[in-house]
Write a protein that binds this ligand. Structure first.
Ligand code: AMP
Length: 216
């Protein structure tokens, strides 16, 4: 079983949802850069305010800032025991940084999974996305709708939309993804650890495809 996993794919390809499921099933931590940034924003720190402005317009946090911030996050985990990374790396520089960081703790990425979902499907999905601000559950009006339109099935808290899920911002995030993040597919292919999975279909089917790759 492969346990040093990076999830790649455009925003809305299911990395959050699948990352949570994989983390539970495999018993390894999910480390999500987007979640970590949003937590920092909620904490109301000065740097959080900067993150908020960048995220709201669909831009990336600059690499150097991200290295410092994410090193603190990574240092909380025993990475050699396994991880599912979601949202980091997002640029070639970040991928190189991650390789160097992992080398220091005597491990490496052994499975980078590219969840392939076409842009047309992404726009449909993200614009219908709902999140629970309390427990973090993710819903989609057509893929996995909540039982009640505005209430979380799991904890009963009100559901919200992400500020950066507005269509104009989604288009910007997709553009950034194609320019900055898609080249990582080639990076991990060259490293011999790239696996591609079709991300279209219901959540359970995509999980099955991911597990086949991980368990192979
Ligand atoms: P996500 O939840 O992964 O979709 O991330 C939401 C937003 O956080 C992105 O659109 C970026 O603005 C920012 N972000 C998340 N991860 C990174 C990263 N590795 N590098 C730079 N910005 C990031």
């Amino acid at each position: 079983m492969k346990t040093h996993i990076v999830l790649l794919g455009p925003p809305g390809s299911g990395k959050d949802t699948q990352g949570k499921i994989l983390s539970c099933k495999l018993g390894i931590p999910l480390i999500s850069s987007g979640e970590a940034l949003r937590t920092e924003i909620e904490n109301g720190s000065e740097i959080g305010l900067e993150f908020e402005k960048l995220i709201a317009r669909g831009a990336l946090v600059p690499d150097e800032v991200m290295f410092e911030f994410f090193t603190t996050i990574l240092s909380r985990y025993n990475l050699s025991e396994g991880f599912v990374l979601n949202g980091f790396p997002r640029t070639l520089k970040q991928a190189e940084f991650l390789s160097g960081y992992l080398k220091e703790v005597d491990c490496d990425v052994n499975c980078a999974i590219y969840i392939n979902v076409p842009d047309t499907e992404i726009i449909k999905r993200i614009c219908d996305r709902l999140l629970c601000g309390n427990c973090g559950a993710v819903y989609n009006a057509y893929l996995n709708p909540p039982k009640n339109d505005s209430i979380c099935d799991r904890c009963g808290a009100p559901l919200q939309r992400r500020e950066d899920d507005e269509e104009q911002v989604v288009l910007k995030r997709l553009e950034v993804y194609h320019n900055e993040t898609a080249p990582l597919i080639e990076f991990y292919k060259l490293a011999g650890v790239l696996f591609e999975v079709d991300g279209v279909g219901d959540i359970g089917s995509v999980t099955q495809r991911l597990l086949e790759v991980i368990n192979d």
